[in-house]
Design a protein around this ligand. Structure first.
Ligand SMILES: [Zn+2]
Ligand SMILES: [Zn+2]
Length: 307
């Protein structure tokens, strides 16, 4: 009988449920075990994800003299991180994730990059934008007035094999997807349930209203403009694509309505009603939302109607 390449959804759910974070850290708090996971990754690097690695192959990958010692630590990984069958050893999903995180530099990275030029102009003073990377966060800011346009975490693995331009493109997709998930009620960190509210008394400088997504499960909190959360909204995508602008690929911070709230009007606070007016090509799309960021109304005003 052949073994499925990946764990079944039931198995994955069981693994996740069985292992608390402190147990996971205890299991992985050992250099030999991390070496074994990396050895398994190296041994399968040029093969399909489903390929199995024999005991002797895996043993050769790990710098350890004593096979009993090796065997002991390998066994500790078997329940949650590594699977064994008649063909040999393979990753379970959490094992692969651990290795990817380590290689992505999430736990180990100390990368600093930049500043380097970023596309777009400052919404405030039209100065050039620059990007810099430190402490695993990417910041896009104005070279002239210093205003921050974006400040968001990004794993340093994103720099591997990428030019600064390609890195910024990857960062754009990363942030856009995170806010699309959050706006759909899914925490991008832990996949838990997120609650979305509009904060009309925000303390973010220069802003009168902010969207706040909060995850009850992992405490993740994301604060942003309204616009950043509309990048996956059908009416908005269509309005812009009809005018030749593809919001899925255009760096979001080059839209002033994604990084400032200058196009935002608070219509009322009881109940909360906020309108965002998105300009493109002389036309305007107005989007009205309620206190949970649910879309109430969209209207398009054409340039020849207003003149
Ligand atoms: Zn500026
Ligand atoms: Zn969460």
């Amino acid at each position: 009988m052949s073994t499925p390449a990946d764990d079944s959804p039931e198995e994955r759910a069981a693994e996740a449920a069985d292992l608390s974070p402190s147990e996971a850290f205890a299991l992985l708090g050992n250099e030999t075990r991390i070496d074994i996971l990396q050895g398994l990754q190296d041994a399968t690097a040029d093969r399909p994800e489903s390929a199995a690695v024999s005991f002797s192959e895996l043993y050769e990958q790990v710098d350890v003299d004593d096979s009993a010692h090796f065997n002991y630590h390998l066994k500790q990984l078997l329940d949650h991180f590594v699977r064994k069958d008649e063909d040999g050893y393979r990753f379970r999903t959490p094992g692969r994730k651990v290795v990817r995180s380590v290689f992505a530099g999430t736990f180990t990275g100390r990368t600093e990059v930049g500043p380097f030029a970023a596309p777009g102009d400052c919404y405030h003073c039209e100065g050039d934008l620059r990007a810099r990377y430190a402490d695993e966060r990417l910041v896009v800011e104005c070279d002239d007035c210093g205003r921050t346009h974006v400040d968001y975490p990004f794993p340093p693995g994103g720099f591997d094999d990428r030019t600064p331009e390609e890195f910024l493109d990857a960062f754009h997709h990363h942030v856009r997807h995170h806010y699309c998930l959050a706006a759909d009620g899914v925490c991008p960190e832990c996949m838990g349930r997120m609650e979305t509210t509009l904060d009309t008394e925000t303390e973010v400088p220069d802003w009168t209203v902010a969207v706040v997504h909060a995850c009850e499960r992992c405490d993740n909190r994301l604060t942003s403009t309204l616009g950043l959360n509309l990048l996956d909204t059908a009416a908005v995508l269509t309005f812009f694509s009809d005018r030749g602008v593809d919001l899925t690929t255009r760096p979001f911070w080059t839209n002033d309505w994604c990084v400032s709230d200058r196009h935002t009007t608070v219509l009322s606070t009881d109940p909360t009603r906020v309108r965002l007016d998105l300009p493109c090509d002389g036309d305007r799309l107005s989007v009205t939302v309620d206190e949970t960021f649910s879309l109430l109304e969209t209207t398009v005003e054409l340039a020849d109607e207003t003149s």
